[in-house]
Design a protein around this ligand. Structure first.
Ligand code: SAM
Length: 214
C-alpha cells in the first residue's frame, strides 16, 4: 500500500472559493487537486493501492479538516484538475460545521481534525518518509516492494511548528533532487519509484507437485 499525507496550508477549509480561481482564492487548490490526480490516476485506470490524506490547516484549529481518499473505493475521479477540485470542494462544503466524519463521495471521507496530532501519528509509524529538498536521496530501498508511506507539503513549506515536529519525530527525510519540485511532481516521482520497486518483487515460486499426487 502507498500511504501519502499532504499538508495543505491555505485552502479555505469551508470550501468557500470559486473553481475559477483555484490558485488565488482557492489557496492553491489547483496544486492540491493535481496531487490527488497524480496520486490516483493512470492512463485508463485508477491506482487502487493508494491512500492519500490531506490535512487542511485552519485557525482556529477546530475548523481544520482531514480528507481521506482511498483508492480501493474511489469513484468520480476524472483526469481534469477542475473536476477534481470540485470533488474536493464539495467534500469541504459538506463537512463545514459538521463535527464528525462524512463520506462525501465513495472513497472520500472528510471530517474535523487536529493537524498536529494527525501529523504526529502519521510520522510516528516506523519507515515513514518526509519528502524535503534537504533530505538524503530517495532510493528504491526506501520503497521496498513498492510500499510507501510519505509526507509532503503543498506549495507552502511546512510551518515552523510542523518542521519542528517532523524533525523531532525521527521521520526519514528524503530528497528527490536539489531542485524544488511541485508537490504533484514529487508524487509522480514517488509512484514511479514504487512502481519500479514493485516490479522487482521476487516472483512467486511456481507451484510444485502437490503432495500426495501421483
Ligand atoms: C513546491 S515545494 C514547497 C515550496 C518550495 N520549498 C519553494 O521554495 O517554493 C512543495 C513540497 O514538495 C516537496 N518537495 C519539493 N521538492 C522536493 C525535492 N527536491 N525533494 C523532496 N521533496 C520535495 C516538499 O515536501 C515541499 O515542501
Amino acid at each position: 500500500v502507498r500511504q501519502i499525507l499532504l499538508l495543505a496550508h491555505r485552502v479555505p477549509v469551508g470550501g468557500a472559493f470559486t473553481l475559477n480561481d483555484l490558485a488565488g482564492g482557492g489557496g492553491r487548490m489547483d496544486e492540491v487537486a493535481r496531487v490527488v490526480s497524480t496520486a490516483f490516476t493512470l492512463s485508463n485506470d485508477l491506482r487502487r493501492d493508494v491512500e492519500l490524506t490531506i490535512l487542511f490547516s485552519a485557525e482556529p484549529p477546530p475548523r481544520a479538516r482531514r480528507l481521506r481518499l482511498d483508492g480501493r473505493r474511489l469513484k468520480f475521479l476524472n483526469p481534469d484538475e477542475r473536476s477534481t477540485a470540485a470533488l474536493l470542494k464539495n467534500a469541504l462544503v459538506r463537512s463545514a460545521g459538521v463535527d464528525r466524519d462524512v463520506e462525501a463521495s465513495p472513497g472520500l471521507v472528510v471530517g474535523p481534525a487536529n493537524p498536529a496530532e494527525e501529523l504526529r501519528a502519521f510520522v510516528g509509524v516506523p519507515g515513514t518518509l518526509w519528502l524535503t529538498e534537504g533530505g538524503t536521496p530517495l532510493v528504491a530501498a526506501d520503497v521496498p516492494g513498492g510500499a510507501v508511506r510519505a509526507v509532503l507539503s503543498d506549495p507552502t513549506d511546512p510551518t515552523p511548528e510542523e518542521s519542528e515536529l517532523l524533525r523531532s519525530s525521527g521521520v526519514q527525510a528524503r530528497s528527490l533532487g536539489r531542485r524544488s519540485l511541485r508537490s504533484s511532481q514529487c508524487v509522480d516521482a514517488l509512484n514511479q519509484l514504487a512502481d519500479g520497486a514493485e516490479g522487482e518483487r521476487p516472483a512467486e515460486a511456481p507451484a510444485g507437485p502437490r503432495s500426495g499426487a501421483n
